[in-house]
Design a binder for this molecule. Sequence first.
Ligand SMILES: C[S@@+](CC[C@H](N)C(=O)[O-])C[C@H]1O[C@@H](n2cnc3c(N)ncnc32)[C@H](O)[C@@H]1O
Length: 308
Amino acid sequence: MRTQTSSAVWTAILIAVLALQLSFASAAAIGQETAVADSESAEVSGEERPNPAKANDGDRPRPVEKARRTYMGRIVAQPMSHLGAGWLVRPERNDEENAEESFERLGLKPGMTIVDLGCGNGYWTIPMARAVAVKPASEDASEVGESEEVASTNPASDESLDGTVLAVDIQREMLQKLRQNMIRNKVENIQPILGSVDDPNLPADQVDLVLLVDVYHEFSHPESMLWNIRRSLKSDGVIALLEYRAEDPQVPIKPLHKMTKAQIMKEYEASGLKLVREYNELPWQHLMFFARDDSPLETIEPKPFQTN
Ligand SMILES: C[S@@+](CC[C@H](N)C(=O)[O-])C[C@H]1O[C@@H](n2cnc3c(N)ncnc32)[C@H](O)[C@@H]1O
């Protein structure tokens, strides 16, 4: 009796276990089918799957940051006052820094949306605006031998196709000097923007290139600034960073206003940016190009700086 009862109990347990296994197996199979059906329906309808990271930068939350005196082992410099703006447009600047060479390396093209961040009085902003503008009709005509009449019907001469420079600074006085510079040079495709210490007020996902010349080391909120800059970039957009070389004792600039490549790499990688290009032939500066770490642009390794 005892034996009969226990064998009946064991049979019941066995049936229950078998039933449980069956239900797990079918649940797994249904889950798989659902996933296949989802990917097929997306392919059939031709819709792209939304990339949530791209839509709102949800992968990188906006940093909460106080003004810093130091960042990742370096001292943060004070911003240069507008009272020293004359130094930025000194006649010998191009010879000292070979700015023309750096400018060529930016690869600017008509129609681009670009940013001069920490623009000062516009040493870089004015030529940047000219480079992204569509050439005036008369220039087109002289270049390709067209008559002015023909050139004026050419869509390439339409000002509405001009690219734009968003020129950001935190000092109103610098933007005022920039405006005077724009009038003197008859350049209009520049939008001056008053930024704050942690936010350059840029649109999201629209920018082809952000130029940072001799300013990044002055950011009191470097993490927040890089977060906002990263967010402004198109997927193939880049940051062009020019900083005086700290590895090089020949560069006659105070150490506080110089940076090493290693320090730059450490800070940019920590902000979700990757090195995609560099130019190592300038007399005083590093020129490094960074893209978002989810950009299709290929990552490169930085070439170590070598003194001659
Ligand atoms: C040394 S100047 C360089 C100006 C210009 N890039 C050039 O090379 O001629 C640095 C400029 O960056 C500005 N600046 C500093 N921190 C900034 C920030 N967080 N956002 C925007 N501009 C900033 C300063 O006000 C100053 O005009």
